[in-house]
Design a protein around this ligand. Structure first.
Ligand code: GUN
Length: 284
């Protein structure tokens, strides 16, 4: 089995993006990304810190907006409206989850689709499902780049997606369908999940269930992308990250992504690439 090195691939993509940012800067365009974090959800704090650090490294201007957990929806919507009209801001990202009392759907609807670097706005979701361009969610985009590094021809391959979230499961299923895979979307309530996964040439595990997919669920020669990142604490109180897949049991697979070092780094790299894409589109 070949481990797919997400860190190396993310580094290469970040380098390409930094070169694109520099080329735009030479034309007088400073690429800018606004990141909004509401409340103090601990994992979100970590993700946002990383996103801001990588944004700066690529030479992208970041506009960080940290709002208290009791921020009203109207205040958040007013901020988004201002960013929508700010020409220095090419991408807007609202970190999820939002605190209770704020309707995430209404917030995502308020982001200008051309600045929606997460690809969560209904216009971009619709564009993805009709294959008509638009901004594509970062983690699914990263999954496809990781798959592209080992798969030349997708046509007719059986792909099984585990997870039906709007952030990963549904969009990655759309991308695989666009490549003419035969896609089965499963989730935590699916009956006979191991048998279904055994039919797959491509497995994308995004259930958020650590160690769910065992080695004997995976067909010899299959390619496995593990999107799960769950922090678990062992008996000695040590914490570590666990994927949805028992990576150690995949000796018979063709290729697979480890956790950490697989999909995770690609998500941020794709966010930066999406921001450049949004900035380029804004010039036309
Ligand atoms: N929360 C978990 N994943 C994501 C993501 O990709 N984007 C945003 N905005 N929030 C998230």
């Amino acid at each position: 089995m070949t481990p797919i090195d997400g860190r190396a691939m993310a580094r290469a993509l970040c380098d390409r993006t930094a070169a694109d940012v520099a080329a735009l800067a030479a034309r007088g365009i400073r690429v800018g990304l606004a990141v909004i974090l509401v409340g103090d959800h601990p994992p979100s704090q970590v993700y946002v810190r990383r996103k801001i650090a990588e944004t700066a490294r690529a030479g992208i201007a970041s506009f960080e907006h940290r709002l208290p957990a009791d921020t009203g929806e109207a205040t958040l919507l007013a901020l988004i409206d201002a960013l929508n009209h700010d020409p220095a801001v090419h991408g807007i990202l609202v970190q999820l989850p939002l605190p209770e009392g704020i309707d995430a759907g209404r917030v995502l609807d308020a982001i200008a689709p051309g600045k929606d670097v997460d690809g969560f706005h209904p216009v971009n979701v619709g564009r993805l499902s009709t294959g008509t361009g638009g901004l594509v969610p970062c983690t699914p985009l990263g999954c496809m780049m990781l798959l592209d590094s080992v798969i030349d021809e997708y046509r007719g391959l059986a792909a099984v997606v585990i997870g039906k979230s709007n952030i990963v499961g549904k969009p990655v299923a759309m991308l695989l369908l666009e490549r003419e895979c035969t896609v089965t979307v499963t989730h935590i309530a699916t009956r006979g999940l191991p048998e279904i996964v055994r039919t797959a040439d491509i497995v994308v595990a995004a259930a958020g269930a650590p160690g769910l997919v065992r080695g004997d669920w995976v067909k010899p020669g299959a390619v496995v992308i593990d999107v799960g990142i769950t922090r678990v604490t062992d008996n000695e109180g040590r914490t570590r990250l666990m994927g949805d897949v028992a990576f150690d049991e995949l000796g018979h697979a063709r290729a697979a992504t480890p956790v950490p070092g697989g999909v995770g780094p690609m998500t941020i790299a794709c966010l930066l690439a999406n921001t450049v894409r949004a900035a380029r589109k804004a010039q036309h």
